[in-house]
Design a protein. Structure first.
Lengths: 266, 330
């Protein structure tokens, strides 16, 4: 038996963007795009793509479809999952996408998944590195009426469905659910693979399927948000660091210890 | 305003600290709203344990019990807690950003069709419009967001652990304990916990340690962590690590401090070779004092440190450990 997988991914600002380049537009309450630093596929979503590819390596998978929702896409960035080995890319493009809260985002992704139609397993990254909410996998499961398992660090397909090692910090739970199901994937799964040349060539020949909000059958009412951002601002740090400078590094180490003692910290 | 309901967490029939932290947040909020504060607990909880929640600020304690809860499945916990929410009709529901809370909160919010704010540092009533406002770090801590709710109650809010101190217990406080036998339908469980595998680490628990010595990518490999282990031992503390270290396999993920790892609040957080990426700082920024040893004078970690040394850890660390050992022994 083979299964079809949909992996949901998000295009995000590169989390390695230096704080000095980070800026906010107070009018729109949005982060200003940094010139010269392209966005990336959210890191945990690449772990989810990797999880799908491992199942495919084991011969369990028919087709891997990658799905994303956004207001604009950088095609070279969004094609990375294809060059890693995914089969198809579906992009739902709507100018309101970056204003949606997780409730509306999940609703839109669930509608797109229903339009794709064929799936047994939906994989998502555990959370996105911009807003770190970890809501969308749960929301997709809610709107599609499916079981959901979060923080998967190992995923296997059995006769009964899916068996997931769910990371719990000091270990893991082995959790099982019937298919179809939604599983969110955590970095404990292991590093995503690098695209090889053959993968990059194949991806360059694949054209993504692009849908609008109308294509997935959603109106304005379906995308109303339940939470809104009243203000987005850059916090000011009040901490001032005392730098310890010795004659050389060895001396600095000694002086640091003495200074901590002086402050009764050790 | 209707009551504030805290999702309480227990282990081994005892109430966990996060529950008291949330109760303190609820109490502070109720000074503005005048709301009652209720705490919901699950499992085999004795009356004298439940009174602990009252002493820490609760007006009411719900103790939910049902055979279906024994397996530890989140599906069952969700169903139980949702039942109490529908009965109590709170204005605000508070969760801790724990392994269970960070997942149950969105599940509850979706199920009730209400909004939710994740990983908040603070929640308060905005004096300008009397609405509940939650503030939370986003973009890995580069920005803060003030979030409000457009929908009706309850507002579901997840609080980062260790951002608020529990109230000092007052045994003269009075409150009500309400035992609820739920009779849940076992078919609510769609995902079944087959087994729990715990990776036990030796020594002091990272989350409980008063001193944490943490290493990052700058250490270059697993071997230098032996020195960190030494230093932790001398100071009676525990070792932690950045995500890069755990992803590289130098240390197990149980050592990971950060947004997706553990949250620690020691008196002293000593970092070696950690640049201070905001996702890491999310797990340690409430430490009383951060000490940084890093080669890069521009490293972000120095912005939040009390004391810093710019230098090569290979030279700084041995004399630092040696001097610390002498001082502690004397």
């Amino acid at each position: 038996m083979t299964i079809d997988i949909i992996v949901c991914v998000k295009q995000v600002m590169d989390p390695e963007t230096p704080a000095s380049a980070f800026d906010i537009d107070p009018e729109s309450n949005k982060v200003v795009e940094v010139h010269g630093i392209p966005p990336v596929v959210n890191g945990f979503d690449e772990n989810a793509v990797e999880a799908a590819l491992r199942l495919k390596d084991d011969g369990h998978v028919g087709k891997i479809t990658v799905l994303a929702l956004g207001d604009h896409f950088v095609m070279d960035v969004m094609k990375k999952p294809l060059s890693m080995g995914a089969d198809e890319l579906v992009l739902v493009q709507d100018e309101s996408a970056s204003d949606l809260d997780p409730f509306a985002t999940s609703n839109a992704l669930a509608a797109a998944i229903e339009k794709i139609g064929r799936f047994d397993l939906i994989l998502c990254g555990r959370q996105a590195s911009d807003w770190d909410q970890a809501h969308v996998p749960i929301g997709i499961a809610h709107f599609l009426g499916l079981p959901v398992i979060s923080f998967g660090q190992n995923i296997e397909i059995s006769d009964e469905g899916v068996v997931v090692h769910r990371s719990i910090g000091d270990g893991y739970e082995v959790v099982g659910a019937p298919l179809p199901a939604v599983v969110s994937v955590t970095n404990e799964l292991g590093e995503p693979r690098y695209p090889n040349l053959r993968g990059i060539m194949q991806a360059s020949r694949k054209a993504p399927i692009i849908w609008s909000r109308e294509d997935i059958g959603l109106g304005n009412d379906d995308l109303s948000s339940k939470v809104y951002v009243e203000e987005l601002y850059i916090p000011v740090s009040e901490q001032t660091v005392e730098m310890i400078e010795g004659e050389d590094d060895e001396d600095s180490g000694r002086k640091l210890a003495l200074r901590l003692r002086e402050e009764k910290l050790i | 305003m209707p009551g504030i309901l805290v999702f309480g967490e227990c282990a081994d029939s005892q109430i966990l600290s996060i529950t008291y932290e949330l109760t303190a947040v609820a109490r502070r909020l109720s000074e503005s709203t005048g709301s009652e504060v209720a705490v919901s607990l699950m499992g085999e909880i004795e009356d004298d344990v439940a009174s602990g929640a009252i002493a820490h600020g609760a007006d009411k304690v719900f103790i939910l019990s049902d055979d279906v809860l024994h397996g530890g499945e989140l599906d069952a916990q969700l169903s139980a807690f949702e039942t109490v929410c529908k009965y109590y009709k709170p204005s605000v529901v508070l969760f801790g950003r724990t392994m269970g809370g960070r997942e149950l909160a969105p599940r509850l919010a979706f199920s009730l069709g209400v909004g939710l704010a994740q990983d908040c540092l603070d929640v308060y009533v905005d004096p300008t419009d009397s609405k509940i406002c939650a503030s939370r770090p986003v973009y890995g801590g580069n920005a803060m967001a003030k979030v409000k709710f457009s929908e009706s109650d309850p507002n579901v809010i997840v609080i980062r652990p260790k951002t608020t101190e529990p109230l000092l217990p007052d045994d003269t406080r009075e409150g009500e304990i309400d035992r609820v036998n739920l009779k849940l339908d076992p078919s609510v469980i769609k995902t079944k916990v087959i087994e729990t595998v715990l990776e036990s680490s030796e020594g002091i628990r990272l989350e409980d340690a008063k001193v944490v010595v943490a290493g990052g990518r700058g250490l270059g490999g697993p071997e230098p962590f032996d020195m960190l282990e030494d230093l932790a031992k001398v100071l009676g503390g525990a070792v932690g690590a950045s995500r890069a270290v755990c992803d590289a396999g130098w240390l197990d993920h149980a050592y990971q401090v950060g947004l997706t790892g553990k949250t620690v609040t020691p008196d002293l957080y000593i970092t070696v070779g950690i640049s201070g990426a905001s996702q890491h700082m999310a797990g340690c920024s409430s430490s009383k004092h951060i000490i940084a040893i890093n080669r890069d004078p521009e490293a972000n970690i120095f912005k939040t440190s009390s004391f810093g040394v710019v230098g090569d850890w290979k030279s700084v660390l041995p004399t630092f450990i040696e001097t610390v050992r002498e001082l502690v022994d004397s």
